[in-house]
Write a protein that binds this ligand. Structure first.
Ligand SMILES: C[S@@+](CC[C@H](N)C(=O)[O-])C[C@H]1O[C@@H](n2cnc3c(N)ncnc32)[C@H](O)[C@@H]1O
Length: 509
């Protein structure tokens, strides 16, 4: 029987590890970016899977170098083919193990990413990672680690044990055996098995697993080195490589009330020891997954002024048009922070009309009365909601929705035409954001059709394309009459076209 880990890990983009996001987290920790903004850098992704994240990132930083290391030849082959098809020349995926890293000729790096890797590898591989980080990450360089954490995963260990024991020596298709186990576990839960009654967290995780891509479940469960980690262990290991905790890529975790229920916030605010604060937060929240950012060097706790000074180097902009912006930030425990004061409203309006630095915002009459620190703090709250974001590159001026357009990035044309597997969302990169701007599958086809055939020929082009692939436009999940569906989708896209042009997904023809 083929091994369950022969199943390729599904493609995914993880914006938490994007350079702009890591620079922003560093700034929240009062730290400078690893290289001055706009300068070329080297980015290493350890356990890059099929490299989907770094290939997309590389496409918008053509002057920088991206490297991925992964053990699995199938992953490396798939990613190498995608990079070639999308014309992304500044990314290289290397087949190899962390343990043998000295043979891989890795350069010195400014960023190291590691998503879904560190808590799934052997002790020897973890030691090798620590060596790589110690020897290859530049001073001031940033490391991102996304990993399964304690205490959340503690209740899941017996669930994993059930999978291992139930499928041991089971003949046939490994995917089918995982499905059978999921069915059996669900039945146990439905009948009120004491395990699930006494471990409600495990019941929740089972529910979540049942809704996920089965290949993800295969890798999650059958990794021979499954070992969720407490933050304290990761922080101690990184300290051995000369790194200090800089902050969380989950932005709300960098603040007290936005990360915990009201009754825990005061103690968190009082805690001066950074590592103890994380312990407090993880137990208040029963954290399952951590997204840590570490810096090579020291990371003393910054003052609000030091953070505002760092944020002065960023331009902020909006991912959505003004009417779509949320006027409240949900808080743990079901409450919400209102974002409707004159300062928040003025900032949302200003940033919807174009990206700007804090200094430029203060030139606007409606914002001139607010000190930089107050603006910096308000922007941080808006950024938690992920609608206002730091911009990675220059944006086009905000204009009317273009009537006709091109898709400038070759990788985007490829991604929209040859979409990865059967994902519901397609992920063309937005160069100004440094991350993708997700589009529904049908929207992607309409966007591509106008770019390929012009507004007049687009519906016909989309019809030919869909027919060739047996991929009809759908409305309410049903196959729809093509021309009517095409114009309906185009109409629903129209309010977003100006934004897609501003962030560089499309350019007016
Ligand atoms: C769960 S996947 C995560 C992939 C990718 N980072 C993502 O999040 O989409 C873990 C990856 O680490 C790779 N890996 C595991 N152990 C490794 C080792 N010792 N050396 C190099 N790669 C390893 C696996 O092949 C797999 O692609």
């Amino acid at each position: 029987m083929p091994d369950k880990l022969d199943i390729l890990y599904p493609s995914g983009f993880y914006s938490y590890q994007a350079p702009i996001h890591l620079d922003y987290v560093a700034a929240l920790g009062g730290l400078p970016p690893p290289v001055p903004r706009g300068s070329p850098f080297t980015y290493l992704d350890l356990g890059c899977g099929d490299g989907f994240t770094i290939i997309l990132l590389a496409s918008v930083y053509p002057e920088s170098r991206f490297l991925g290391v992964d053990l699995n030849p199938g992953h490396v082959a798939a990613g190498t083919a995608l990079a070639a098809a999308g014309g992304v020349a500044n990314v290289r995926l290397i087949e190899g193990s962390f343990e043998a890293w000295r043979r891989l000729d890795l350069p010195r790096c400014h960023y190291i990413g590691m998503h879904g890797v560190y808590a799934w590898i052997s002790e020897a591989a973890r030691e090798a990672v620590i060596d790589i980080v110690r020897e290859r990450l530049e001073p001031g360089g940033l490391l991102y680690a996304g990993y399964n954490a304690y205490p959340g995963w503690a209740a899941v260990a017996p669930l994993r044990q059930f999978f291992l024991d139930y499928t041991r020596d089971m003949p046939g298709d490994p995917i089918e055996s995982i499905r059978a186990t999921l069915r059996h576990l669900k039945e146990l839960r439905q009948k009120g098995a004491a395990f699930f009654q006494q471990n409600p967290t495990a019941a929740g995780v089972l529910e979540e697993m049942a809704g996920k891509d089965i290949r993800y479940v295969a890798h999650e469960i059958y990794s021979p080195h499954w070992s969720p980690l407490p933050f304290s262990a990761v922080a101690a290991q990184m300290a051995r490589a000369g790194l200090a905790f800089a902050g969380s890529a989950d932005l709300q975790h960098n603040y007290a009330r936005p990360s915990v229920r009201a009754e825990f916030a005061a103690a968190l605010l009082k805690e001066t020891d950074r590592l103890r604060a994380e312990l407090h937060r993880d137990y208040a929240n029963n954290t399952f997954f951590r997204r840590d950012v570490f810096v090579k060097g020291a990371a003393p706790r910054p003052s609000a002024k030091a953070v505002a000074d760092r944020l002065a180097d960023f331009a902020f902009g909006s991912r959505v048009p003004f009417p779509e912006m949320s006027r409240a930030l949900p808080l743990p425990g079901g409450e919400a922070m209102a974002l409707d004061s004159p300062l928040f409203s003025a900032l949302q309006r200003a940033l919807a009309s174009g990206a700007a630095t804090i200094a430029a915002l203060r030139q606007r009459p409606e914002l001139a009365a607010f000190p930089s620190e107050a603006i910096a703090q308000a922007i941080q709250m808006l950024a938690i909601g992920n609608q206002i974001v730091p911009f990675a590159g220059p944006a086009a001026p905000v204009t009317e929705a273009p009537r006709d357009w091109t898709i400038p990035l070759r990788l985007n044309r490829h991604l929209l035409a040859e979409s990865v597997e059967d994902a519901a969302l397609l992920l063309p990169m937005a160069p100004a954001l440094g991350i993708p701007a997700p589009l529904l599958r049908d929207e992607a086809l309409v966007l591509l059709a106008v770019a390929e055939a012009g507004r007049e020929g687009a519906a016909g082009w989309a019809w030919d394309y869909a027919q060739r692939r047996g991929a009809w436009l759908r409305r309410k999940k049903e196959r729809a009459a093509h021309d009517a569906a095409f114009s309906e989708i185009l109409t629903s896209l129209t309010p977003r076209l100006a934004k897609l042009a501003e962030i560089g997904v499309i350019a007016p023809r």
